[in-house]
Design a protein around this ligand. Structure first.
Ligand SMILES: [Zn+2]
Length: 126
């Protein structure tokens, strides 16, 4: 992620986000949404960031499609950080949308549809 990007007045705080903690699935607090605007009005281009009380900050970028990955970051719009789960080092977490899009799905979806923002690893849990 771009380390020069810092929270700015144009960022919306306490916003609603489909983003959840990719480790425990909890809703995030201190949510920020940075609207990067679209070249045209029908493009949703946003970075969503939020904090899990237990697992820290995460963020994801959506450009007219749900995000393909959720990144662990040191602060909103900050630099990536490493997370260890079951002895495995991770920097990012693929989403359900990553799974759908690599299957070649050509369906039209709502970029903010929460089902596609779900971390893929929760699918294996059933
Ligand atoms: Zn968590």
């Amino acid at each position: 992620m771009d380390s020069l990007v810092k929270p700015a007045p144009r960022d919306r705080r306490h916003a609603e986000t489909p983003l959840v903690c990719p480790i425990c699935g909890s809703a995030l607090r201190n949510v920020y949404i940075r609207d990067l605007g679209g070249v045209t009005a029908d493009i949703t281009w946003q970075i969503h960031a939020g904090e899990c009380a237990e697992h820290g900050w995460f963020q994801a970028e959506t450009v007219s499609r749900p995000p393909r990955e959720i990144f662990a970051v040191d602060r909103p719009f900050g630099v990536g950080r490493r997370i260890e789960i079951d002895g495995q080092e991770l920097y990012s977490f693929p989403t359900v949308w990553m799974f759908e899009s690599t299957r070649g799905a050509r369906i039209r979806v709502d970029a903010l549809d929460p089902q596609y923002w779900r971390p893929q690893r929760f699918l294996r849990r059933g």
